[in-house]
Design a protein around this ligand. Structure first.
Ligand code: ZN
Length: 392
């Protein structure tokens, strides 16, 4: 099939343990010619979401993930294309962009092979299974009525997005056309996962670099489809609602306008997008990238905005790569409106940041940040923006 709003072709095949794999682009030409030859058995997923009554947020407990692949040798990379003597997660001998469900997911929708979670809760009378008590997840106010020791199956889905078949590449090495194919995959997955029962929020992100927790060096990102609204998104929506009550306007619109008027922290601007270091940046180098026309989700971006994003994002990533003596480890995070809330107020945007502040020096989440959630940033956002502007 050809995807809406782009010329990118999508083909879906099924891996030997039943997980779907999707190729985006024209390579391989005939995906069905390459079946998965590994004869995998399905992994039993035992994730549980537990309600932290003090902080008002869900925590996923996923014990089965201890056995997952951790920084394998290059020759054992599960994200490289398959060859005659190596059978990987991707059965074809070449591909452009591939997306598949994670074999060791943090989140997975309940199914016949995944029914053990609720038993764990039912077996302990001190744990209330909230699944039937609150069919519509998401609202913090609603969640605050839950019991003290409450759990529910951690439904949802985790997918892996392979940005390139080339093991040693990075996102910044892609061509704009290849980024368009990645973007088509993000848009397609955001729409399809949002339509699945129980999914409340879809999050596309990349962890780049072992320093930041990437367990595989092959260029790839992930997509989480959460069965609840994440804490940061919930806080942003609450700020938006408060601002609208007080000022009658949209907070995202006014913040973007304030940054564009102030100019001091602007890194890049184009006709559809602005990239800036936020006034109260949490991280040494942190850039937020907003479309000028507010849309709630990736699916609502116009073709012109999508095309321009590809060029701008590559420019930004290449600046990050020139910050230090080696490529900067980074997290790149797409913020989208939840599936059932915030469509009128939320502004789709991307947050890109590195934990590195100087060559060989990482900012760790230490006592104040990890213990109290209270951030201190040693680099002035205006200085970070000036540095990133110079690196063009
Ligand atoms: Zn690889």
């Amino acid at each position: 099939m050809t995807l809406d709003n782009s010329r990118v072709r999508k083909s879906t095949v099924t891996l030997s343990d039943g997980r779907p794999l999707m190729y985006f682009g024209t390579v391989p030409e005939r995906p069905a010619d390459y079946p998965d030859r590994r004869q995998l058995t399905a992994v039993r997923v035992q994730s549980q979401a537990r309600w932290d009554r003090l902080l008002g947020e869900w925590v996923v407990i996923a014990g089965h993930r201890q056995d997952r692949t951790f920084q394998p040798a290059d020759s054992q990379c599960p994200l490289c294309p398959s060859s005659a003597d190596s059978h990987t997660e991707i059965p074809a001998p070449e591909y452009e962009v591939a997306v598949f469900e994670n074999r060791f997911p943090t989140l997975k929708a309940a199914s016949a092979g995944n029914g053990g979670q609720r038993n764990a809760a039912e077996g302990d009378p001190s744990l209330l299974d909230a699944d039937s008590a609150r069919p519509a997840a998401g609202s913090l106010r609603e969640d605050s009525r839950l019991g003290l020791l409450t759990s529910r199956p951690a439904g949802g889905r985790c997918e892996v997005v392979c940005f390139s078949q080339h093991h040693a590449a990075s996102f910044a090495d892609l061509s704009p056309a290849q980024v368009e194919t990645v973007m088509a995959a993000w848009v397609d997955r955001s729409a399809e996962l949002a339509a699945q029962p129980g999914v409340e929020q879809v999050y596309c992100f990349e962890n780049r670099g072992a320093e930041i927790g990437a367990t595989l060096s092959h260029p790839h990102g992930q997509i989480y489809a959460y069965p609840y609204i994440t804490p940061r998104t919930d806080r942003m929506l609450a700020s938006c609602a408060g601002y609208r009550r007080e000022c009658g306007r949209n907070l995202f619109d006014d913040l973007l306008a304030a940054e564009r008027a102030d100019r001091a922290r602007i890194v890049l601007e184009s006709s559809h997008w602005t990239a800036f270091v936020p006034y109260a940046a949490h991280w040494p180098y942190e850039v937020h990238l907003y479309p000028h026309r507010r849309v709630p989700r990736l699916t609502a971006l116009t073709g012109a905005a999508r095309a321009e994003f590809c060029e701008l994002y590559l420019d930004l990533l290449r600046r990050f790569d020139r910050l230090f003596d080696g490529p900067a480890p980074y997290i790149s995070a797409w913020h989208q409106a939840p599936v059932h809330r915030g469509g009128d107020d939320f502004a789709l945007h991307l947050e890109l940041f590195t934990i590195q502040r100087a060559p060989g020096k990482l900012k760790y989440l230490a006592g104040s940040e990890a213990g109290m959630g209270a951030f201190a940033n040693d680099l002035a956002p205006e200085a970070a923006a000036a540095r990133l502007r110079q690196l063009g």
